[in-house]
Design a protein around this ligand. Sequence first.
Ligand code: GRF
Length: 212
Amino acid sequence: MSHASPLRLGVLGSGKGSNFCAIADAIAAGGVNAEVALVLSDVESAGILGHAATRGIPARYIEPGKFRTKLDEAAEVAFVKALQEARVDLIVLAGFMRILKGEFLRAFEGRVINIHPSLLPSFPGLEAWKQALDYGVKVTGCTVHYVDQGIDTGAIIGQRTVPVLDTDTAASLHERIQGAERQLYPAVVAAIARGEIHTRGRQTRGFVSPGV
Ligand code: GRF
């Protein structure tokens, strides 16, 4: 993807929206040739919707349906329709707590990215910072990757490391990882917007990390 005009982003989140804010702030500061066309959430009270509204960015809650960990069929259709109508080029998952499946991924093939709070492939799944602490690793971090049919298994675009300190609690480690995420995610989106990321199978090329 190489874009002279700003890359149109659709951001999906279920939580407080700190990654969304980091990306929106980087765009506003002129560091990313993109615009957030739409923010969607499956949680009506999610902080991300409030942050979008404050910034004047279109944002909507869409009812996720009867399942706990995925969208039901009607919800999936509604998410895809809203994103297509907003003419988004790239879907940015920023703390979206539901697994996206076949129809959604087919609609936006190769155009969905996610951020995960560990150095994948270590510690996929929930509370990755706690998994890292419990395992006893000395270095962890965060990963931005393309989304495929698996859980946290898609091709890796960029990573940033975070040391695990002897004094760390799950909360302190999580906070430092989130600090690293707020640097990594805008940098990856900027690189995609510049058309610098090239993917062949699992291999991606072109991302220069803003410090590892
Ligand atoms: C981030 O820590 C990210 O790694 C995970 O969900 C969290 C979202 O936080 N996927 P926020 O809503 O961006 O603050």
